[in-house]
Design a protein around this ligand. Structure first.
Ligand code: PNS
Length: 165
């Protein structure tokens, strides 16, 4: 039984995240998609909304035999990973610019929990420039985010905009 954790902010989940999850499904029997509770950030979607959106979306994806669960977590990732008895942390790397930050986190996590591995995965090139931050920026400025995020995310973002208006 190989279990991994895929942690992140997922605010919002993008097609790049989904691509990584689908690739991860080929390697692991179970992936826990772990949404960080970060009181310092003002998010677009609440943690509960992000978890709910992720749960709906992962039901639809091609996951083979892999079990996908969505949870929120706070505190140290390595502690949470140990509590959940996972073998690896999965992180997506889009470009060299991601690598420095990811390497620093991976090495720090290894120092804290030496038996836990970090596995870097590359998304499809089509998603190599997609980030939650840019999706939100484009959306706020009235640009199209079609194809960058799942349809449900697009709908929820539009619904949020009209409810705020
Ligand atoms: O999607 P993100 O925002 O790039 O994800 C960052 C995340 C959640 C992986 C990282 O911030 C994290 O692990 N936070 C938990 C707190 C922690 O363990 N910090 C030490 C990291 S070395």
């Amino acid at each position: 039984m190989r279990r991994a954790i895929y942690p992140g902010s997922f605010d919002p989940v993008t097609n790049g995240h989904l691509d990584i999850i689908q690739r991860g499904c080929k390697l692991y029997d179970e992936i826990i998609i772990a949404v960080l509770i970060n009181p310092e950030k003002t998010p677009f979607f609440s943690v509960d909304e992000r978890c709910e959106i992720l749960r709906s979306i992962v039901k639809e994806i091609d996951r083979g035999e892999c079990t996908l669960t969505v949870e929120s977590f706070e505190g140290l990732l390595v502690q949470y990973a140990a509590d959940r008895q996972v073998d690896a942390i999965v992180r997506g790397i889009r470009a060299i610019s991601d690598y420095e930050y990811e390497l620093q986190m991976a090495l720090m996590n290894r120092r804290l929990q030496p038996q836990l591995e970090t596995v870097f995965m590359m998304p499809a090139e089509a998603y190599s420039y997609v980030s939650s931050r840019l999706v939100k920026e484009i959306f706020h400025l009235g640009g199209t985010i079609e194809g960058l995020v799942p349809k449900l995310v697009e709908e929820r973002m539009r619904a949020r905009l009209s409810s705020d208006a």
